[in-house]
Write a protein that binds this ligand. Structure first.
Ligand code: COA
Length: 256
């Protein structure tokens, strides 16, 4: 069976590669579990001084696998905080080691959420970033409902979260979601260079600086919990079922 997430530790960099190209790197429970294992290990592993997210195909990630969402919603007992994705989101919020992302194509949902938890981000010229949570009748996650407006201001964040607006490479740079845009060819080398530079710095100073820059983890954690409550309620709602069915049937949703 193909390994849908590849992890490698080399030269003090943990590289996490999304590797499910036929589904645009949509993330399943099993993929989240592997990502969570790697991120949790990275925090305590002295061999890791930086984390690099990349993807093996032209898409970065199409976000959460919608079939998994559908199943999580229809399964009565599952709480959002118990799903493997929640471990990943907690790892983002609690991260102290620096994160770098190389966004080579479409980045949807958690693909955007992740960038708000990265320290250095490069996007390919053709990358588009999108958080259609409301289009799926869901809400933002991992404290992104606080982090994105903090970065862009409320109205720009509302365009992205509420209208589901796609952000291209230039806009991603101008609103502070990305450090720069690169050609496909230059993207990975540029991101790898940044990860190598971070990995060569004084590790304690990097961790302390990240902690200082991100502010109070309890505030981020509390926002994430609030989001989880709404997310969990919505996941079981008829609105979400309709949104996902509409995606599967390649038609517009009808929310009545
Ligand atoms: N979950 C499950 N399958 C997904 C998926 C997802 N999030 N995103 C894409 N896929 C699947 C498609 O169903 C399709 O499968 P098929 O070939 O068996 O029909 C395949 O991946 C390719 O997707 P397609 O839509 O044909 O590619 P595209 O290049 O036209 O569009 C996207 C790419 C990412 C813009 C589009 O697939 C999309 O909007 N996906 C949903 C994104 C989403 O809502 N994610 C959840 C965010 S919280």
């Amino acid at each position: 069976m193909t390994d849908h997430v590849l992890t490698e530790i080399k030269d003090r960099i943990l590289t996490i590669t999304f590797n499910r190209p036929d589904k645009k790197n949509a993330l399943t429970h099993a993929m989240y579990a592997k990502i969570a294992d790697a991120l949790e290990d990275a925090e305590t592993n002295d061999d890791v001084r930086a984390v690099l997210f990349k993807s093996s195909a032209e898409a970065f990630t199409a976000g959460n696998d919608l079939i998994d969402f559908q199943q999580a919603g229809s399964h009565d007992g599952s709480e959002v905080s118990e799903l493997p994705v929640a471990r990943v989101l907690r790892a983002f919020v609690n991260a102290e080691k620096p994160y770098v992302a190389a966004v080579n194509g479409v980045a949807v949902g958690i693909g955007l959420t992740m960038l708000l938890h990265c320290d250095i981000v490069y996007v390919a010229e053709e990358a588009t970033i999108q958080a259609p949570f409301v289009d799926l009748a869901l809400v933002p996650e991992a404290a992104s409902s606080m982090l994105l407006p903090r970065l862009t201001g409320h109205v720009k964040a509302a365009e992205i979260f509420m209208l589901g607006k796609k952000v291209g490479a230039d806009e991603a740079v101008s609103i502070g979601l990305a450090n720069g845009k690169c050609s496909q060819e230059d993207l990975l080398p540029t991101a790898e260079k940044a990860a190598a530079a971070l990995a060569s710095k004084a590790p304690q100073a990097i961790r302390m600086t990240k902690r200082l820059m991100r502010g109070d983890k309890e505030v981020l954690g509390a926002k994430m919990q609030e989001e989880n409550i709404y997310f969990g309620q919505q996941l079981k709602s008829p609105e979400v079922m309709e949104a996902i069915m509409a995606f599967m049937q390649k038609r517009a949703p009808n929310f009545g």
